[in-house]
Every structure is written in C-alpha cells, then in structure tokens.
Design a protein around this ligand. Structure first.
Ligand code: OXD
Ligand code: MN
Length: 601
C-alpha cells in the first residue's frame, strides 16, 4: 500500500531534535519498545526537515508534486479509498465509567482498550520510521496554549501537522524539563489501513490519544478533533474554560468599530466560508477577518469571553470552493498547500466539483483512475480537503497571535435545515442561548462516514467532539454563563432554508454579511427585533437588504415561524432530551417548557 512506505534515513542534522524532558523520553521509549520501528525521527519543524520529508514523500508516492507554475509548492495526496472521512462509529471515549463518557459517546473500558491497542501496535512500525512531533496548540505565550506530542509512522501526518500546528522546537522550548508539565500523548499508526483495525481512542484522564488504522486527517492529525476538541473539552471543564467547534471572525465597521464573533456550525456547513466572508459591494468599508475556521478555545477575562484559535492552518473541504463562494480560500490554497483526494489534471493542476471554469476534459480522479468530463463519478471526493497555513489567508486577523485572545461579542449557532428554522434569531439571554445550542440540528454531510442529509441533533456542533458526558457539558455552559458579567449575545442562523419547490431561499456566502450586520447591530444595541416564542426575530426592514436581488416573499418565508413545524420541532427537542436518559440540566428542561408554552393557543 502506497502510504505504508519503508523507513527513511535522514542525513546528519535532520531528525535529531530529541527533547530533553525525561517524561517525554520515557514515553517515546515505551512506544518504540512496543512498535519496534526501524528508526526514530525527532522532528524540529525546520524548513530543511520539511524539504527532506517532502522529497522522501515524493519518492515513495505519498505525495504527487503539482505544477509549480499553477500551484507553487503544493502537493496531492491520495488516501486509501476506504479511508476518506472521520469514523464516528470507531471513535471512543475511554473514561473509567460509562457515565463519564455519557449517552452521546461510544464508551470503551480504558484498561481493556489499552490492552487491545497494545496488541495492535505490537511491532506495528517494524521496517518503518517512527516520527516524534512536538507541537503547541494556541499562540505559544497564551495562557490557553497546550502542548502535544504525536508519535506517528506517517510522513503525511508530519507534513500536515507542520501546517496545522506550531510545530517543533517552539513546543520543546515551551515544555521545558518539568517532569510534571501537562502535555498530551498522541500515538498514531497506519497499521494496514484496514477499516477492521481502525480505532480512534481518547483517554481524557490520561491526556492520551491512540489512533490506529487510518490515514484520514480528521482521524490522525491528533491535534485537531482529538486534542483540541475531545480532550480539550474535558480539560476545559476541569480548568474552567471552553473548547468549542467554532470559527472566530472579526468584523470591523467603516468607522473602525470592531467585534469578534464565534460561530459553531457542524462539519462541512460553511464555517470556513463564513470565517473568510467578503462583504458585498453595498457594505463598503466593512471588513471581515479570520481568527480561526474550525476551533475556538475561550476563557473568562474581566467578565467576558476571550478566544484563541488553537490551530495554525486550515483543513477545509475543497468541493464547492471557488472564487464565487470563497475568494479568500481560493487565494489561501493557491500555493504551499497539501490537497487530499482531489482530481489531478493532465497539466499537473488540481480540480474539484464546483471549482471555477470548465471541468477538464480528462483528469485522474481521487482514486487514481482515469476520469473524463462525461464520467458519472465525482472527480474529487466530496470530503476532499486542503491543508494550508493560516498565514496564506489574505483576510487573516491581526489579533490571531494574541495570547490573551480576542473578546467575543456574539456566539452563533447554526446548521443545515431545509425547513422550520428562520434565517436568524437571537436568544433572550445566556441560558436560552445554551438551549438553542443544545437543541440545534443539522442535515448530515460527507465529513463523517454514514448517510448524508439526515437531520440529526448536534448540540453546539459538538456531538462528535464532546469528550465527556453531554449533560455535564450543558451544565458547564450554564456555569460559564453565570461567571460572565458581559456575556456574548447568542444567535441561531440557518442559511439553508428551502422553498416548497426545494430551492434555497437565501443566497448565502458573502450575502451572509447582511445577517452578520444585524447581529453586530444587536450587540451595539441598535438593531431592531420582534419578540417571538423562539427569540428575537428581525423583521424584513431590520435587515439591510439593499442592492440584494431577493423577493419579498422569500424574505418573509426566511423569517417566518410555521407553528405546525415548530410543534414538531419542540417534540423533537423533547425526544432528544429524553434520549439522553436524564442528564439534561433542569434549567434547559425549563427552557423547553417555556418554548412550548409560547406556541400554546
Ligand atoms: C473537520 C470536521 O474536519 O469537522 O473540521 O470534520
Ligand atoms: Mn470541524
């Protein structure tokens, strides 16, 4: 198999950045004794190391070089066709008791799981190189920053982690020699990339992650979903902060007033597009800047929430990305990018469904097969990805490296809902906002294996990522709120409502600025709104719709509450809460009763 490449032997001065922390060395020794690699490669994150690893990856077909003129310093990687998305059914939270993992996680007994994984890892790196990658999540000087180490036998992981995190010497320096320092232990082995031996296991109490049998980013870049969200959310509760599946963006008015908002949407629901939004011409002088596109870590400071993006790059969905949908993403991925599972054109460029221009007459598809524009198969996998450094983003926010984070004025929840849920509304207060997050739902996407398009409840977009009992997580949100004197306002948005004939009612993309503007107006106390049973709803004239080609009926439909649909919705909330088996805090049950009462005749 192509990415199970043999060991590599670097020249002197590369691969020898051995840490001095004894706890780390002991752990690496333990894993090496178990997996028996041919050699150990200690990563320092340097340019020279990166070039060496790219060279080796090209030789071993882990990467394909793209046309230097069309996409400079960029590469294509193809994962195994059975390994193209997160595998929620094989993702486990291994807490001492099942109750701690709660009703929404797959739980497995920690000691049995360690035994099983040790069995799978025994001799797993024979003939391969074991890479040891030190990294930091968050700006290095942030009080929120966390250190992680990932051991892996995949060069693709090393190259990707260098983009996605602050990797190498910087992490070793920050860790120092304290044997009791907090750091995350991550072990990854491709094994034989078989779905039968694919397990993504989290041991929150041990700050440990073990992932085997996959090469797909969401399962193997352990910094991201595994540490920044699953283990992160567990640590956040213990340490009184928040780890959330949110983008973070800055929005600045022509007068120079600036707000930051965090928005939690499920995977592949447009977080990257929203985070890189370019306001339409009508919003002259308004600027939107990106702090993060996927994960926000937030802490309380002076009665407010301050957020950092723990990541250093973007691992985004490629199909649908174009100069129309997201020009800033197109510029970000025009160079120094690793593409995974997109199509490869005859002139060495990349192509995907939804890219600008005409499809190529011929290409090699994501599986490595010939493809023509007449093919009925997709050229790029629907969950094909780009991995690109955040510094490539022309709209990167200047506050992105601020260790103290940026102050959050609003939190937005949202999902893909064809019906029921209005374009935007505002929660009455924090606890009501927590209810909006706890009951949000979305039609499933290709980011995880399984059926696409099914409405599922995805509280705070954290269903696949909350590393502990979801009832305790809801309570944690309530507890954080009670400590804030200046809490963010909370909103719910839905860009995806459809008309009776199945057409999207809202144009989306840059036009979402109109909704964002209302949110900012509300934060500044100037935006109008009507009190409705679900929250504060804008009326059509509260939204700035000037120069937008949309008819009045569509706007009315976008903002209307259909009582019959809402009765079903509230019943679904109850069903969801009931399905959690009694863990939902009383305060949220009360919110549901109040909501239901609002629809009584
Ligand atoms: C992601 C995801 O890759 O949420 O960000 O799946
Ligand atoms: Mn995500």
């Amino acid at each position: 198999m192509k990415n199970l490449a043999p060991a590599i032997f670097p020249p002197k001065g590369i691969g020898d950045a051995k840490p001095s922390n004894k706890a780390v060395l002991d752990w690496v020794h333990e894993i090496a004794t178990l997996t028996q690699p041919e050699n150990i490669f200690w990563c320092d994150g340097s340019e020279r190391e990166n070039e060496f690893l790219i060279g080796e990856s090209l030789k071993q077909n882990v990467l394909i070089e793209l046309n230097e003129k069309k996409v400079p310093h960029s590469y294509l990687h193809r994962s195994s066709p059975n390994d193209v998305a997160r595998v929620e059914q094989f993702t486990f939270v291994c807490t001492p008791t099942k109750e701690e993992a709660g009703p929404t996680n797959n739980w497995a007994d920690p000691s049995e799981t360690y035994t099983k994984l040790r069995g799978l890892l025994e001799g797993a790196m024979r003939g391969r190189t074991m890479f040891v990658i030190p990294y930091i999540m968050g700006p290095a000087d942030s009080p929120l920053a966390k250190i992680g180490f990932e051991i892996t036998d995949s060069k693709y992981v090393v190259l990707s982690l260098r983009i996605m995190t602050r990797m190498g010497e910087i992490a070793l320096k920050r860790l120092g020699n304290d044997p009791n320092a907090e750091w995350n232990r991550g072990v990854h082995s491709l094994l034989d990339v078989s779905p039968e031996r694919r397990f993504i296991c989290h041991f929150p109490q041990d700050n440990t992650i073990i992932s085997v049998g996959s090469g797909y980013g969401g399962n193997v870049l352990l910094s991201k979903k595994c540490l920044a969200l699953r283990i992160g959310s567990y640590l956040a509760r213990k340490q009184n902060w928040m780890a959330e599946h949110t983008l973070i963006l800055g929005v600045e008015s022509p007068e120079g007033r600036k707000h930051y908002v965090a928005a939690a949407f499920p995977s592949a629901c447009g977080k990257t597009n929203f985070a890189m939004l370019i306001p339409p011409a009508h919003f002259k002088g308004w600027k939107v800047t990106t702090v993060g596109d996927d994960i926000g870590w937030m802490r309380i400071r002076d009665g407010r929430l301050y957020a950092v993006n723990p990541e250093n790059g973007y691992f985004g969905v490629v199909p649908g990305t174009s100069n129309k949908s997201n020009p800033n993403a197109m510029r970000s991925i025009a160079h120094d990018t690793i593409y995974t599972n997109v199509a490869f054109t005859d002139d060495g460029d990349v192509w995907w469904e939804g890219k600008d221009g005409k499809p190529p007459a011929h290409a090699i598809d994501w599986r490595g097969n010939d493809w023509t524009s007449q093919s009925s198969e997709k050229a790029a996998h629907p969950n094909s990805r780009f991995t690109t450094p955040m510094r490539n983003n022309p709209a990167l926010d200047p506050g992105v490296e601020k260790g103290e984070g940026v102050p959050i004025s609003a939190i937005i929840f949202g999902g893909r809902r064809s019906d029921t849920v209005p374009l935007v509304y505002q929660a009455f207060d924090w606890n009501h906002g927590v209810y909006l997050g706890a009951t949000m739902a979305s039609e499933t996407t290709a980011a995880a294996t399984g059926a696409v398009g099914r409405v599922r409840r995805d509280p705070m977009a954290m269903l696949p990522f909350c590393g502990y009992n979801i009832g305790d997580y809801f309570q944690h949100w309530l507890d954080i709120g009670s400590q804030l004197t200046n809490p963010p306002l909370i909103f719910n948005v839905n860009w995806f409502r459809k008309s009776a004939d199945g057409k999207f009612l809202w144009p989306g993309f840059g036009e979402n600025m109109r909704v964002l503007k209302w949110i900012i107006d509300r934060c500044e106390g100037s935006g109008g709104g009507l009190k409705s049973p679900v929250g504060w709803l804008p009326s059509p004239h509260d939204l700035d719709l000037a120069e937008l080609d949309i008819n009045h009926n569509a706007v009315d439909e976008l903002l209307c509450l259909d009582h019959e649909e809402w009765k079903k919705e509230i019943a679904a909330h109850k069903e969801f809460f009931d399905s959690l088996g009694g863990v939902v805090p009383e305060a949220l049950q009360k919110q549901r009763e109040q909501l239901a009462a609002g629809f009584e005749p």
